[in-house]
Design a protein around this ligand. Sequence first.
Ligand code: FES
Ligand code: FES
Length: 164
Amino acid sequence: MGETRKITLTVNGKTYRDEEVEVRYHLADFLRQNLGLTGTHLGCEHGVCGACTILLDGRSARSCLMLAVQADGTDILTIEGIARSDDELHPLQEAFRDNHGLQCGFCTPGMLTTLLEFLDDNPDPTEEEVRIAIAGNLCRCTGYQGIVAAALDAAGRLRKEKGV
Ligand code: FES
Ligand code: FES
């Protein structure tokens, strides 16, 4: 093991204290290897594909582009923390399931975290706005049609939940 530091952070509502991590590890490595949260995927490892997208203090971030030590003191949400409970998916997840928004699923965690932030900022988007929002997330399977349909469907479900 190389040089290490201890970091404390919250991931999916659980606080991890004094976690020892190699300083060379990027955040995605830490989530996957130290915490066992392998839902965050690694595609390109240089900020292009979006597969590693997580929410860091509520904003989307490429976990391959920052070091784990830089996440010290932050609050992170990964795909494992999105569902409402063990028995209830998030409406965005339900919409992906119902609209065939995924095939192999490799891009899906990054798509969902990206869209969670987007729909929070823009609860009633146009199709074009959805396409722009996911422009930084590459999908090699779906042709994006199902993903866009799922995002628009999820927006409607979330608005209905809020009564707007
Ligand atoms: S793995 Fe991070 S953007 Fe591709
Ligand atoms: S579902 Fe396979 S890469 Fe998007």
